[in-house]
Each structure stands twice: as C-alpha cells, then as structure tokens.
Design a protein around this ligand. Structure first.
Ligand code: URA
Length: 408
C-alpha cells in the first residue's frame, strides 16, 4: 500500500477500505506515515467526507489502537455521558450523582479543558486533594462501591485519537463530522459503558453552530453506536448562551452543588434533570416520566447531594476547600432594557483570559477565577445595575465582556 495513493483516492472523493484507513492512521501512530501526509489525508477527508462504513471503520481503528475498558465484572447496566463542550457546562457534576443515587451505575472518563471550553477534570481539581488519575483497579472498585466514578482519560485509551486530535487542531481539520464523530464515539465505546448519552451542544460557544449540522452529526454518532451495539442517546442542547450562571472552575463546582441541593428552576437544573431522566429511563427500561420522578425525589431527599459528597470523599477531595478569588470587578450596565443575548463565545474567551482556561495544552489554570452572570436572557436591567461579576486574580482586566450582553 502507498500513502500517496490513499491520499489521492480520498482527494478524488472515493471511499477508503478498512485496510487503507488502518495503513494510513496506524502508520501515523507508529511514525511510518509523516505528519504532512496525515495532514493532507485529514484535509481530503474534511473536504470529501466519508461514508458510513468508513466512519465505522475509522472508529474501530481508533478503539483498537489502545486498551478497551472491561466493565463486565460490575453488575448491572453501566452508563456514560459526554458533552461536546460548552461554556458553564457543569452538567456531569450534577447528572452523575443523581443517576448513581437512583441506582444506575455511571462510569466516566473525562478530559481537561482547552481554549474557551472547560473540562470536568479541571473543575473537579478545584477541590483540594481530589484525585482524578485512577488506575483501572481503582476505577472499577469505586464504580462497584458507590456506583459512580469520574477519572481522567488514561493514556492507553484510544491513543491514536489523541495524536490525530492534536494534529487536527493545528491543520484546520477539526470541523469534519466523520472525524468528530469517530473521535468522540471511539473514546466512549472504549470506556466500556453499555449505554451512552451525548449532549451535543449547538451555538456560538460550541463546536457546531447550527441545528442542521448538529442533526447530521447526531445521526452519524447514533449510527456508530448501533454498529458497536451501544445504545446511544443524543440530546441537542443550546450553547448560544452560557449554561447556568457561573463560569470558571471552583465557581462551577459551587453552582453544581447548589443544583444538587435543589436549586433547579433554571436552565442548568432543567437540562440536568432531562439528561439524568434519559439515562435512568434507558438503563432501567422505564418511561422518562417515571425516571424524572425518581430524579426529583433523589434531589429533594438529599440523596443526590449525599452521593456527590461520597464521590468527592472517595476520590480524596476536601469539599470544604473550594476557593474563589476575593478580588472582584463588577460590570455594570450602561443602559436600561431587556437582556436579549449573552454571547457564550465572548464569555468563554474572557473567562479563559482571566486564567480559568488554557490557551495552550501546557498552560496551567487558576481554579479561583471566573465569571458570575447576574443577568441572563429575558431579565430586565436598569442603567448602573450589575450585569456580571468577574472573579479576578493576577489579571485585573474587564476585557470586552460588555459586548457579550445585547440589551434592547
Ligand atoms: N471532542 C472530541 O473528543 N473530538 C472531536 O473531534 C471534537 C470534540
């Protein structure tokens, strides 16, 4: 086989066989295919697409490049949840304890944030002592003991995806559905759960900005799930505006706790209840309405929050250690009116610039900084009233945050 022929074949829009894909992609992992050749192939895939078989084949190749977690020693249906990333998205911290407190086991490998979107692992590391780096034995034991576990993705899980994702990031090849779908689904399938829920974010603060594209991607991911015998539920949710009020690591954990304690009559609460109900419904084979009743009862009775506390303790975290910066900047409205828009992308970028996120993979982050939105879409605001509060540390700038708010 010849890599240049494979690149040319895709350039002409022809389908590649499993063997050709394996030769090119595994060749790249094994350093037999150069990064400029893989970049050319990725660009050809971006421009010409892939058929369903190619997408499934590529997913298989990603999965087979590393270990696959075997959860079969743990009794019952195991579920997993994944968000394609957004601003203020702390749903995992709420949904996982709810689901586990209702008797459904949830096992999740998570990532760190890059760019303006946050990562669950960074959020959890706002809790002093919290251990995210677990061995497979520790991962399985926690799942067995308390019914939930969230750990950082091990190096051995889909190592090929890791290499390809890094290359896509610097070659303008991130926005390809076949590549996005195989990347996400390979990690989820290799993580071993029986049922997978994907929260697909759409909007200015998300990877996908319009509904048509989201539906296309949703269909591709569902098809992959079917091919691998993993029931896959896709929820398409809004990311034009930040989710909840708090953006930034410690601040998001605090808001997640508040939600688990019963503050649920808001956008974050509604989405968490919906996601948790869907997971419980599919795992227990009950209707979503019945599942929702269980969810609400678990929050009301304090069972969901107790599960969160057990989880934090199990992973050596000190729940009383959460810190937010004491240095604040209040951003006041320059006019009166109704909030028509709070732009997720701008809020995410300001939060990253304050130090809550990473511009580059190697950057360290400040868990204590971030933004609290005092006003959300539909709220009335008067001149001089606070729109949001920046929790700052070393960088004491407002950036362009007022531009995020459209007031009419
Ligand atoms: N998240 C992933 O893991 N992969 C992608 O390609 C996009 C988002």
């Amino acid at each position: 086989m010849n890599i240049v022929e494979i690149i040319n074949k895709k350039k002409r829009g022809e389908a590649l066989s499993y063997e050709e894909l394996e030769y090119a992609f595994m060749g790249y992992l094994n350093k037999e295919v150069a990064s400029y050749q893989m970049s050319a192939l990725l660009m050809a895939i971006c421009l010409k697409g892939m058929n369903d078989k190619e997408i499934t084949d590529l997913t298989k190749i990603f999965i087979n490049s590393g270990e696959v977690l075997d959860l079969s020693s743990i009794e019952g249906i195991k579920v997993d949840k994944h968000s394609t990333g957004g601003i203020g998205d702390k749903t995992t911290l709420v949904v996982a304890p709810i689901v586990a407190s209702c008797g459904v086991k949830i096992a999740k490998m998570s990532g760190r944030g890059l760019g303006y979107t946050g990562g669950t692992i960074d959020k959890l590391e706002s809790i002093e002592g919290f251990k995210t780096d677990l061995t497979t034995t520790e991962f399985l034991k926690e799942l067995q003991d308390i019914g939930m576990v969230i750990a950082s993705q091990t190096k051995n899980l889909t190592p090929l995806d890791k290499e390809i994702y890094a290359l896509r990031d610097v070659t303008g090849t991130t926005d390809s559905y076949p590549l996005i779908a195989s990347s996400i689904m390979s990690k989820k399938i290799a993580s071993g759960a029986d049922k997978i829920l994907i929260d697909l974010k759409v909007g200015s603060g998300a990877l996908i900005s319009n509904m048509n594209d989201a539906e296309k991607l949703a269909n591709i991911m569902k098809n992959i799930g079917k091919e691998f015998n993993k029931e896959t539920i896709i929820v398409i949710s809004d990311m034009d505006t930040p989710l909840g009020r708090n953006i930034g690591n410690s601040l998001e954990v605090i808001e997640a706790i508040d939600t688990l304690k019963g503050n649920i009559d808001n956008d974050l609460g509604s989405l968490c209840i919906d996601l948790a109900s869907k997971l419980i419904s599919t795992a227990k084979k009950i209707s979503e309405e019945e599942a929702k009743e269980e969810v609400l009862l678990s929050i009301k009775s304090g069972k969901a929050y107790d599960k969160f506390l057990s989880f934090v303790k199990y992973q050596h975290g000190d729940i009383n250690s959460l810190k937010v910066s004491q240095d604040k900047i209040c951003i006041k409205s320059e006019k009166e009116g109704i909030i028509k828009k709070v732009d997720a992308r701008i809020i995410g970028e300001v939060s990253m610039n304050l130090g809550a996120g990473r511009k580059n993979k190697e950057d360290s982050i400040d868990h204590t900084v971030g933004i609290v939105l005092n006003k959300k879409i539909g709220d009335k605001v008067s001149k001089g009233e606070e729109l949001c509060t920046l929790y700052v540390n070393k960088i004491k700038k407002e950036f362009n945050i007022r531009e995020a708010f459209v007031i009419d």
